[in-house]
Design a protein around this ligand. Structure first.
Ligand code: HEC
Length: 260
């Protein structure tokens, strides 16, 4: 009796597995959706081309272009899919790629990147936002551990130990316009530079903490807290200039520190 019951129990997982396989075999394959991180990767490619192409080609040296093209191509694979958004984005990325290969003027390329980025939301493409409220104090200590060895203090020069790095690490907020762009740069790193990707070594929350900290740290302490706090998800995609245009001078010092 006992033996028989044991046999049935042992057979049960096998039956369940067969059922799962049968159901899986009958289901029609769904069109492959672009994973959410694919959109962020595309936004990052546009960001990197916008900020790096001019720097790389200012001196007439185009040797830094192939890594940028390779990055755009890698991104095209990541966002490939049958859906309308993916098709639109791929066409935009192809235009950027062709402009890079043709060594188009850096102003033209930067404008293509800015315009495409501004159109993402209109095409239904949603980019990453913090899932929890970023913690500025935590961001400060994470920065010390993970970034300062190469970058030095956020508003200071890189430490002497970074002298061998080519190119030299700039101030981390030099060209990122929004915390989101800084988050992206930390997630994906540089294209063929010593700037590492922290996608595996820092959690998403860690990377948001650092990005929000760096954007707050640029400002003197908040003078008068007369601006109602914004949601972190909104703030992540606002530049200091956006805040200045909407709320005036001085608002960023407060809004970058008091958010919800
Ligand atoms: C091993 C050294 C190293 C470490 C560690 C490092 N970086 Fe960098 N970083 C660099 C170098 C070199 C560059 C310049 C090359 C480039 O732009 O990719 C750079 C560039 C950047 C840029 C682009 C700056 C700009 O405006 O052009 C940002 C943002 C940045 N780092 C943020 C960070 C953050 C945040 C961390 C910590 C989580 C970090 N980095 C850790 C070496 C490092």
């Amino acid at each position: 009796m006992r033996l028989r019951r044991r046999q049935t129990n042992a057979a049960r997982p096998v039956v369940r597995l067969l059922l799962v396989l049968a159901v899986a075999a009958c289901r029609r394959p769904e069109p492959r959706a672009v994973p959410a991180a694919g959109w962020d990767r595309a936004a990052f490619a546009l960001q990197l081309v916008r900020t790096e192409y001019r720097e790389q080609t200012e001196t007439g040296d185009f040797s830094g272009v192939p890594p940028l093209v390779a990055m755009v191509d890698g991104t095209r694979t990541a966002v490939a899919g049958p859906d309308e958004r993916a098709r639109w984005l791929d066409q935009a990325l192809v235009r950027v790629r062709d402009a890079l290969l043709a060594h188009a003027p850096s102003r033209t390329v930067a404008r293509m990147c800015t315009e495409t980025t501004a159109q993402l939301a209109g095409h239904g493409i949603r980019l990453a936002t913090p899932r929890a409220r970023p913690d500025l104090a935590r961001g400060a200590s994470l920065y010390q551990l993970a970034c300062a060895p190469c970058h030095g203090p956020p508003r200071g020069p890189p430490p002497p130990a970074a002298a061998h790095l080519v190119p030299r690490p700039p101030r981390p907020t030099e060209s990122a316009q929004t915390p989101y762009e800084l988050f992206n740069r930390t997630t994906f790193g540089g294209a063929g530079t010593p700037m590492p990707s922290f996608a595996e070594t820092l959690s998403e929350a860690d990377r948001w903490d650092i990005a929000f900290y760096l954007f707050a740290d640029r400002w003197p302490p908040c003078g008068e807290a007369r601006w109602p706090p914004l949601p972190a998800a909104t703030l992540a995609h606002l530049s200091d200039a956006d805040i200045w245009r909407a709320d005036g001078w001085g608002a960023a010092a407060c809004l970058r520190r008091n958010f919800r």
